[in-house]
Each structure stands twice: as structure tokens, then as C-alpha cells.
Design a protein around this ligand. Structure first.
Ligand code: KGJ
Length: 287
């Protein structure tokens, strides 16, 4: 049994109140919900209007709750959407991507901060997935320590649909989650892959029925929470360091940044973002 002195007992909170916006009909909008039950914390994405796109406000709310969970010595976190969600997350909030001439995935980009926080969180983060996972949200899920999916889950790596030059550490997240060949297929075609295929390729730990998703995920979380947290934290940190142990010379790094800059300065990048906003298919010219 988990020592009940860990965590904060059972409590439910809502994070992500939109500051600075007039309340709609007297209601503030919560972008995520969080819950702690003994030593297991839950973060539920809840911005259906924007299909849980990873806006800076939504990401800030997740970061805030992870900080709190860490302080409360939570031993396992479940990152999920609402039951039955058709879209787990639509990925980066495209409205927040620069229109051009600026790195869309720089160090302080919300997606980058979120991926780092999950990787650095001192206990396992389990992604429980139903519905579509798009673009940067795929990276967020792949950065989680374990992934459990329902048969409706799909994963699409979509920068090539927008003309985005993905960044080096982001590519590494994909490479650490999938084989090189799979990353290439997903990134070059930008087509969703099914939950079944993701399980076959070893990208996810378990595929279970939609009804089983919640009980299965929480039983995994509780098992982890009963094990030695210091041991798990140090194993997670070592695996993070080993998985990221790819030395790159300053010259190579600067070369990659130069190549990426050509992409975000290009007409194609501006066209990709414009087309998304205008809800039409982009016309890419390769310049
Ligand atoms: N960013 C901003 N707004 C979004 C996003 C997004 N990623 N996804 C959806 N929305 C907005 C739409 O513009 C609609 O706004 C609303 O959410 C509902 O979407 O017209 P509005 O109501 O003002 P929609 O398309 O009507 O919903 P569905 O028909 O249910 O389709 C759901 C989909 C997820 C299939 C669809 O919304 C979609 O294709 N979204 C974009 C998915 C995507 O390509 N994401 C990758 C973003 N790029 C990245 O993450 C990165 C890092 N990258 O390098 O590319």
C-alpha cells in the first residue's frame, strides 16, 4: 500500500484560469483539471474548443501543476484528456507560432518547456491516450515515461504540413521513441498512425480497450507509486541523460540552426501558417 502521508490525499483542482480575460457568463475557463489521489497525480487537458492545443496558457497550467506535484512528492502522474475525447491534443497552438523570420521552436517556446518539464519531473509521467495526437502533442506524449492507448488513439507528426523546421532536441524525442525508419515515415508523410500500429512498433507500452484505459492506467500508476521513489527518480534521470547523450560540435549545431533558419525565413513557412489560419491546403514551392 502507498503511504497515505505521500501526496495530499484526494483532492480536485482546476488550473489555468484565463487571467486578463472577461469571464464569459460569469464563468472562468479552466484549461486543465488536476487531481491527486494518495501519491498519484492526474492532469486532464480540458480545452475542447481548441482541441486541447498546447497554447502558452494551457502549458503554463500544466507546468504549474507539475511544480505542485513535485512539491507534494507525487510518485506517478497521469497525463490525459477527458474520457471519450476525439482529439487528445491538436499540438502546438498554431495561432501562437510566429508568422516567419523567428524560430518557431526556440528554447522558451511552450512546447519545448513542456517536454523538458515532463522529462525532468522526478517521477514517471504516464500518458493515457484516446483520440488524435497531432504535431507537437506527439512529442509531448513520446516524452512521457509510459504510454497507454485506447484503440481510437492516432499519432501524426505534422511539421511538414505547416513548413515548420522542427528543432534538434525535438527530433531526438522522436528518435528516442521510435526507430529511425518510423520517425522518417511519420515526419515525411505527416500521416496519422493507428494505435494498433504504434503498439506493434513499440512506440506505446499498452493498447487496451476504451473501457480499460482508465483502470489499467491507474493500476500501473499505483504499482509504480508503491515502489521506491528515490530509486525510480534516479533511474529516470539516468535514462534521460543517457538518451540525450549525443554530443554535437558547436560548428554542427550552428550549421543546423542555419539550415533551420532558411526554413523559417522561407515563403513556404509563411504559407503553411497562413493556410492553416485560412483553413485551406497550403501550396508549397520549396523556397
Ligand atoms: N492550433 C490552433 N488552433 C487549433 C489547432 C491548433 N493546433 N487545432 C485546432 N484548432 C482550432 C481550429 O482552428 C478551430 O478553431 C477549433 O480549434 C476546432 O478545430 O475555427 P475555430 O473554432 O476558431 P476543428 O478543426 O474545427 O476541429 P475538428 O474538425 O474536430 O478537427 C480536429 C483536428 C485536430 C483534426 C483539426 O483541428 C486539426 O487538424 N488541427 C490541427 C492539427 C495539427 O496539424 N497540429 C499540429 C500543429 N503543429 C505542431 O504542433 C508543430 C510543433 N509542428 O511543428 O507542426
Amino acid at each position: 500500500m502507498v503511504d497515505p502521508s505521500y501526496g495530499s490525499g484526494s483532492s480536485v483542482r482546476q488550473f489555468g484560469y484565463i487571467a486578463g480575460l472577461a469571464a464569459v457568463g460569469g464563468l472562468h475557463l479552466a484549461l486543465i483539471e488536476t487531481k491527486t489521489d494518495a501519491a498519484v497525480g492526474t492532469i486532464t487537458l480540458h480545452h475542447p474548443k481548441k482541441r486541447n492545443a498546447l497554447s502558452s496558457q494551457l502549458v503554463d497550467a500544466i507546468l504549474e501543476s507539475l511544480t505542485l506535484f513535485s512539491r507534494e512528492q507525487i510518485r506517478a502522474v497521469v497525463l490525459r484528456a477527458k474520457p471519450g475525447a476525439k482529439v487528445w491534443s491538436a499540438g502546438h497552438d498554431v495561432d501562437e507560432l510566429p508568422r516567419g523570420r523567428r524560430d518557431p521552436l526556440g528554447w522558451d517556446d511552450p512546447l519545448r518547456s513542456l517536454v523538458r518539464s515532463i522529462e525532468e519531473f522526478p517521477a514517471p509521467v504516464i500518458a493515457a491516450i484516446e483520440g488524435g495526437v497531432w504535431g507537437g502533442a506527439c512529442e509531448v506524449v513520446f516524452a512521457c515515461d509510459l504510454i497507454v492507448v485506447a484503440p481510437t488513439a492516432t499519432f501524426a507528426v505534422t511539421p511538414a504540413k505547416l513548413g515548420v523546421p522542427y528543432n534538434v532536441s525535438g527530433m531526438l524525442t522522436f528518435l528516442n521513441a521510435c526507430s529511425l525508419r518510423t520517425v522518417k515515415e511519420m515526419a515525411f508523410t505527416a500521416k496519422p498512425i493507428t494505435a494498433e500500429r504504434a503498439e506493434r512498433l513499440g512506440i506505446v507500452n499498452h493498447m487496451v480497450s476504451a473501457e480499460e484505459l482508465e483502470p489499467f492506467t491507474y493500476s500501473l500508476a499505483r504499482e509504480i507509486a508503491e515502489n521506491a521513489p528515490l530509486s525510480i527518480a534516479v533511474m529516470k534521470e539516468q535514462l534521460r541523460m543517457l538518451a540525450g547523450a549525443h554530443p554535437m560540435s558547436p560548428r554542427r549545431f550552428e550549421r543546423v540552426q542555419g539550415l533551420r533558419r532558411i526554413v523559417y525565413d522561407s515563403e513556404d513557412y509563411a504559407e503553411g501558417i497562413r493556410a492553416f489560419r485560412e483553413k485551406r491546403k497550403p501550396k508549397f514551392l520549396g523556397r
